[in-house]
Design a protein around this ligand. Structure first.
Ligand code: 5GP
Ligand code: MG
Length: 183
C-alpha cells in the first residue's frame, strides 16, 4: 500500500538501495582517510540527521559525534548569505579533525560559514561530506571533499530533507508533485 507521503511524490531521484550502497563507499573512504586520527563527525541539523546516523555506522572508526543547528537569514527577494547558529556544539574542537556532515550543498552559504567558523576555532582539519550536491546553484566557493550524489536544480525531499518540516522520514530522495506546494 502506498503511504500518505508517497502519494505526494512526483518522482524518485535516488532510491533507498542506491543511498545505502553509496554510503558504504563513503564510509570506507573516510575510514581510509581518518584511521588513527580520532575524527569528530559534526551533523548539521536538522537535515543531515538521517545521513549522519547511517554514515557513522558505515565507518567503524574510533570517533565521536556532535550536532550544530543553523539557519540562514533570508527574505523572499534577497539571500543575504548570513548564517545564524541556533544550537552550537558543546566541546572545544581545537586540534580536532572535523568531518562536517551535511544533507545538501546548494548555494554554499551554510558550509562556507561553518568552514570558516571552525577554522577560526582551531580545527586541525575540516572535511566536508554531503549526501547531495547541487552545483548549479553555487554562489560561494565551497566544494565537498566527498559527495554522495549530484542532483539537478530541483527541490528535493526525503532521507532527512524536508518541505515545511515534513518528508524527512521518507527513506529515499524524491521530488514533490507541484500541487503539494499549493496546499
Ligand atoms: P546552502 O544554500 O547554504 O548551501 O544550503 C542551505 C540548506 O538549504 C541546506 O542545508 C538544506 O537544508 C536546504 N536546501 C537546499 N536545497 C534544498 C533542497 O532541494 N531541498 C531541501 N529540502 N532543502 C534544501
Ligand atoms: Mg541543511
Amino acid at each position: 500500500m502506498r503511504s500518505e507521503m508517497e502519494n505526494d511524490i512526483l518522482k524518485v531521484l535516488v532510491t533507498e538501495e542506491e543511498i545505502k550502497a553509496r554510503i558504504a563507499e563513503m564510509g570506507d573512504a573516510l575510514y581510509e582517510k581518518f584511521q588513527g586520527k580520532d575524527p569528530l563527525f559534526l551533523s548539521v541539523l536538522k537535515g543531515s540527521f538521517v545521513f549522519m546516523a547511517d554514515l557513522v555506522r558505515a565507518c567503524q572508526l574510533k570517533s565521536d559525534v556532535e550536532f550544530i543547528a543553523v539557519s540562514s537569514y533570508e527574505n523572499a527577494t534577497v539571500s543575504s548569505g548570513r548564517v545564524k547558529i541556533n544550537h552550537d556544539i558543546q566541546q572545544d574542537i581545537t586540534g580536532r579533525h572535523l568531518i562536517i556532515v551535511e544533507d545538501i550543498l546548494d548555494s554554499g552559504n551554510t558550509l562556507a560559514f561553518l568552514r570558516d567558523y571552525f577554522k577560526a576555532k582551531g580545527a586541525a582539519s575540516i572535511t566536508i561530506v554531503t549526501l547531495l550536491d547541487k552545483p548549479s546553484r553555487r554562489t560561494k566557493a565551497v566544494t565537498a571533499d566527498l559527495a554522495g550524489f549530484v542532483v539537478p536544480d530541483e527541490f528535493v525531499v526525503g532521507y532527512g530533507l524536508d518541505y515545511c518540516q515534513q518528508y524527512r522520514n521518507m527513506p529515499y530522495i524524491g521530488v514533490l508533485k507541484p500541487e503539494v506546494y499549493s496546499k
